[in-house]
Structures are given as C-alpha cells and as structure tokens.
Design a protein around this ligand. Structure first.
Ligand SMILES: Cc1cc2nc3c(=O)[nH]c(=O)nc-3n(C[C@H](O)[C@H](O)[C@H](O)COP(=O)(O)O)c2cc1C
Length: 364
C-alpha cells in the first residue's frame, strides 16, 4: 500500500488518498464508487442519471460494498432532485457534488447534517459564487475535462481559483497519473479529481465496444467540444453522431430533440405537464435558453446509446481529452496505488532538487 498523503481533502472527506473519482452519468455506479473508495480514493455516485425511485437502492448498494465514505452528485433541475436530497440526508452520505447547484438554504441543510458540499466550477466567478453560497471545497474543471466543460484550461483556472477563494481547491480536467497529482499539489491544490481515467478502468460499467473505442482514440484533437447536443459546450470523441447533429438545420434538430424528449420523459415516468414544468423551471431559474431547454433531452438518450448500448456510431461518447493518453483499463486499486507511488516519487525528487539547490547556494 502506498504511503498516506494527508491534505485538507483527505481530512474533510475521510479518505486515505487525495484522489477523487468524479460523478459520470451511466458510469459512476455503485460498483465503481465502492471500488474507488475501497482503494483509498473517494468516489461520487452519479445521482443525476439514476432513475427516480432508485436512488436509495443505489446508495444502499454502495454501503453494502464498502465501509468507506463516498459522495453523491446531482443537479437541481433533474426531475427527482428532492428525492436525492432526502436520501443523501437520510443515509449520512459524506459529501455532495453539483454543478448547476442548490440554493443557500439547501446547502445549509447539507452542512447542518455534516455533509461536505463540493461543487465543480469551470470559471473563477462561479467558484466565488459557490463559496458565497456555502461550498466547503471547490473542484475546478479545466476545459480539457470531460462532460460539460468551460473554456479555461486547468493550468490557468487552478491558480486563478486558488487565489480567489479561501476553501480547499481540488483540480480536475486532464489528470490521469502520479505526475499530475504531484503537479496539482505543487500548485497548492488539495488533491485531484478524475472522470475519464475512472471511466477507463476494469470496474467501469461502460460497454466493452465503447471502451475499445476510447482506447483507440489516440489524438487529443479527436475529443472536442460541441454545443450541438444540448446547447451547452460539452466534450465528446468525434464520431458520426456528432457530425450528424452539427450538420442538422435548426428545424431538424428541434424534431430530433422532441423525439428524444418524448423517449426520455416516458423512461423517467413523467407526464407532459410535468416535463413542461421542468422545462419552464430550467429556463426561469437556471437562465437556460429556449434552445438549450428544448435540446436537453438529446443528451441522456444519445449518451446512453453510446455508453450503455455500445453504439459507437450513432450514440455519443463523452470524454476528456486525457482519454487519448490512456492505453489500458487497470483495476481501480492498481490505478490508485500507482498514482500514489509515482506522485510521492515525484514529490521526493522535487524536495531533493530543492535541498540540493539550497546547499549549493549556501556553499557559493
Ligand atoms: C462520461 C462522462 C459523464 C459525466 N457526467 C457527469 C455528471 O453526471 N455530473 C457531473 O457533475 N459531471 C459529469 N462529468 C464530468 C466529470 O465528473 C469530471 O468533472 C470530468 O470528467 C473531469 O475531467 P477528466 O475527464 O479530464 O478527468 C462527466 C464526464 C464524463 C467523461
């Protein structure tokens, strides 16, 4: 077992190593979360894509597989946000992560229950706002990261946010090895958070055909940002589905979105009035445009096709650019051990370099 490396992150989350497995829809399931947590990292369950009525069962499944602490991810505009909040509070989950976040009153409910609030942001102003609302730890995601992503790279965003907030900051976007962890700690971060690296592990539930497609992606430029899926910038491996969505006229995209909305609503057990209410809430409270609201159902339908059904042509393959640097699917325990060993090795080499330079300066 690699030596412990205590930071504010490990202290607050109660994990052994400063390595977080972030939430990923249809990927961060109870088994992946438990594998990460059992290996000494901290796993977040992807609560935003768990079917209404199933969240409690998923939390209990994680608890049956690990005695370690773990978190749940959600966003306020999912149909069962209230259910997720109740279950997190009822089952004493250690932390919540979120992007389009809960209000200050909901955050206070979490904090009063001792739950660590750890939003992910892609811009300095969002980090400041999140701390004002009560965040305990900020995860920054640089633009190279997977899923919805901003436009500022990790190496620029991380020091900016470290300078702007007083809470611990965790670095995400492009991390996959011990060198990255050592670099993030050298910047002043409290640890790293990784999505794509955990998506590409032995415990990942992603369809084997899709995992092979990720492994075969060797150019970072093939994993690019598009707004053609749900109106917001999001990173995918370029494929037929992306090219087709980008080539559609506005009207064709509207028709496709309506079809996906119908399918998604049926699967989530929602009536048309309930879907309309959700769309209205998204537009009025979240500032989403009409186009973004109409296009939002594209995402779950097409991502599930890619990740779960293994349709690598007409389904979507969300990923960070780091997928192009990953060539194997290790077990989570091996991955975390290797990251920790390499990071401590790099940190020791830097310390040796620094003391050698000081003694040379003293001698001269
Ligand atoms: C397949 C996939 C699904 C994702 N789903 C979510 C999600 O449901 N909620 C969320 O907050 N972030 C989501 N993300 C973003 C990740 O949690 C994480 O912030 C990002 O992957 C970090 O960058 P990296 O991929 O370079 O490690 C997703 C990312 C990927 C690759």
């Amino acid at each position: 077992m690699a030596g412990a490396l205590q930071t504010e992150l490990t202290k607050r989350l109660g994990c052994r190593y400063p390595v977080v497995q972030t939430a990923m829809g249809w990927v961060a399931d109870p088994k992946l979360v438990a594998a990460t947590t059992n290996a000494g990292g901290f796993g977040f369950l992807a609560g935003a894509t768990i079917e209404p009525g199933q969240i409690e069962a998923a939390i209990l499944e994680v608890k049956a597989l690990t005695k370690g602490p773990f978190g749940v991810n959600f966003h306020m505009f999912q149909p069962n946000a209230g259910e997720v909040i109740d279950m997190v509070l009822r089952h004493g989950v250690r932390a919540v992560s979120y992007g389009r976040g809960p209000d200050a009153a909901t955050i206070k409910r979490f904090k009063d229950a001792g739950i660590v609030c750890m939003p992910t942001v892609g811009a300095v102003k969002h980090a400041i706002k999140a701390v004002e609302l009560g965040a305990d730890i900020i995860t920054i995601q640089g633009s190279e990261g997977g899923g919805h992503t901003g436009s500022v790279p990790t190496t620029i965003l991380l020091p900016q946010v470290l300078d702007a907030v007083k809470v611990p900051v965790v670095a995400a976007g492009g991390f996959y090895d011990g060198r990255g962890l050592a670099a993030a700690l050298a910047f002043g971060a409290a640890g790293i958070a990784m999505g794509t690296r955990f998506l590409m592990t032995a415990e990942s539930p992603v369809n084997p055909a899709t995992l092979s497609a990720y492994l075969a992606t060797r150019e970072a430029g093939q994993i690019r940002v598009t707004t053609a899926v749900d109106g917001l910038p999001q990173r995918f491996v370029e494929n037929e589905a992306i090219r087709r969505l980008e080539g559609m006229t506005g009207f064709a995209r509207l028709v496709a979105s309506m079809r996906h909305a119908h399918k998604w609503g049926r699967e989530a057990g929602m009536s048309y009035p309930k879907m309309a209410k959700l769309a209205w809430t998204s537009m009025t409270s979240d500032g989403s445009s009409f186009a973004q609201t109409v296009m939002a159902p594209n995402l779950p339908t097409l991502v599930r096709k890619g990740l779960v059904e293994g349709d690598i042509k007409t389904g979507l393959l969300p990923a960070g650019q780091v997928a192009s640097a990953i060539g194997a699917l290790p077990a989570c325990a091996d991955l975390i051990e290797t990251i920790m060993r390499d990071a401590t090795g790099r940190l020791a080499a830097l310390a040796a370099l620094s003391s050698q330079s000081s003694s040379e300066t003293e001698r001269s």
